[in-house]
Design a protein around this ligand. Structure first.
Ligand SMILES: *Cc1c(COP(=O)(O)O)cnc(C)c1O
Length: 426
């Protein structure tokens, strides 16, 4: 076999990029060496369609134990009664829930995408918006908080079969109990997508949605700091309120509906190497150090948000309860788009992403906002004393985003700062 060099050279370059920069993308993190080792293991060689004890292939004795252990740890982490660890990603987990709970064309209600919602909560270019009737609720222009009055009004008027809470760019705690109440009133299923704050929730720093929602979905690679992947959880089993029946005429339990919606409904063979890595990450999240880490994530985010506001930046909702924040650039730099800002910051080795802000006057390609998060830099070991320094570096780039000399000067300081925070053991 010819020795592969091209790909490994590129991987080496990506490793360099991750080491030298300040990683502020709110949905990213750095996994541990043991998570990485499990992901790069021989388990990738195994086909295991089905579930532990009920596979369509032989030789699954070992991967059965891996998947069982992952399920046990995940249940313990969130106090769940049912879990599925097979979804390949967060979007796949959501697709399985749609498949289990709705028929094509059914109505559901989720947070407006330009107000922080996710693609898989009803975007017209995503399966959720293409195959189902998507309605949305907003955040209020006055304070950037979810408009629960509007949510209740729409739920009562339109009677969606599914209500989704959870977001990709929302920095505040949710009132799950209030949403559950209106869901019960209209007989809707309430799903929480905790993809972003899952790690903070596991550490007990935010409310656990498993206690309020019928179904919870998540990614495993954001604050939870595992491999790229998805999961589905339920606090307790319950029958499908619309009485979907099996070919034998039995009412199927939601657990069975969800399992079959993942496989064979929307996926084939599970990625057992990724499930092993999820299992390692759940094990890490059960350790006391994980809580210390998440507390630091939250503290870093609060201090960073305050540092931005002290410099006159507008943070949507005026702060953060979790790991992320959304900066509206319009008052401070009216001419600067999120697109230009992102490009200039990336050139200075500060990685972030442009983001729509609620009631944005610009298009999704330009945007007026930037989203920042602290999970990755906190994993790297940065404490709250560094946050004002980082905000200062960001502000220096944004003051003068067209000057190559300015960007180069900031980049040198960024690289110097990050050299003090080793990232990989190998
Ligand atoms: C990131 C995210 C997802 C999707 O995760 P992928 O693994 O990229 O498919 C789903 N929902 C929310 C709220 C997210 O933030």
């Amino acid at each position: 076999m010819q020795k592969e060099t091209e790909v490994f050279d590129l991987i080496g370059r990506e490793r360099e990029r991750q080491m030298r920069g300040i990683e502020l993308i709110a949905s990213e993190n750095f996994v541990s060496d043991q998570v990485l080792a499990a992901m790069g293991s021989v388990l990738t060689n195994k086909y295991a369609e089905g579930y532990p004890g009920h596979r369509y292939y032989g030789g699954c004795e070992v991967v059965d134990q891996v998947e069982e252990l992952a399920r046990t740890r995940l249940k313990q982490l969130y106090g769940a009664a049912y879990v599925n660890v097979q979804p390949h990603s967060g979007a796949q987990a959501n697709m399985a829930v749609f498949m289990a709970c709705l028929q094509a064309g059914d109505t559901f209600l989720g947070l407006n995408l330009s107000h922080g919602g996710h693609l898989s909560h009803g975007s017209p270019v995503n399966f959720s918006g293409l195959m189902f009737h998507a309605l949305d609720y907003s955040v209020k222009e006055s304070d950037g908080l979810v408009d629960y009055d509007e949510l209740e009004r729409k739920a009562r008027a339109e009677r969606p079969k599914l209500i989704i809470a959870g977001a990709s760019a929302y920095s505040r705690e949710w009132d799950y109990a209030r949403i559950r109440k209106v869901a019960d009133e209209i007989g809707a299923i309430f799903m929480v997508d905790m993809a972003h704050p899952a790690g903070l929730i596991a550490a007990g720093l935010l409310k656990n949605p498993v206690k309020y929602a019928h179904i919870v979905t998540s990614t495993t690679h954001k604050t939870l700091r595992g491999p790229r992947g998805g999961i589905i959880l339920m606090g307790e089993d319950f029958p499908n309120p619309w009485g979907k029946t099996t070919p034998k005429g039995e009412v199927k339990m939601m657990s069975a509906l969800l399992d079959s919606a993942v496989f064979p409904g929307t996926q084939g063979g599970p990625l057992e190497h990724v499930i092993a890595a999820k299992c390692v990450a759940f094990g890490e999240a059960l350790q006391p150090e994980f809580k210390t880490y998440q507390q630091q994530v939250q503290k870093n985010a609060a201090v960073m948000a305050k540092a931005f506001m002290d410099k006159g930046y507008n943070i949507i909702s005026g702060g953060t309860d979790n790991h992320c924040m959304l900066v509206d650039l319009r008052n401070k730099y009216p001419e600067l788009t999120g697109k230009v800002a992102e490009k200039a910051l990336v050139a200075a080795d500060i990685t972030t992403n442009k983001n729509m802000v609620p009631f944005d006057s610009r298009s999704p390609f330009q945007t007026s906002g930037l989203r920042f998060g602290t999970p990755a830099i906190t994993t790297r070991g940065l404490k709250e004393d560094k946050m004002p320094e980082i905000v200062e570096l960001i502000d220096r780039v944004l003051q003068n985003p067209d000057s190559e000399a300015n960007i180069a000067a900031v980049r040198a300081e960024v690289n110097k700062m990050m050299a003090d925070y080793p990232l990989f053991a190998w």
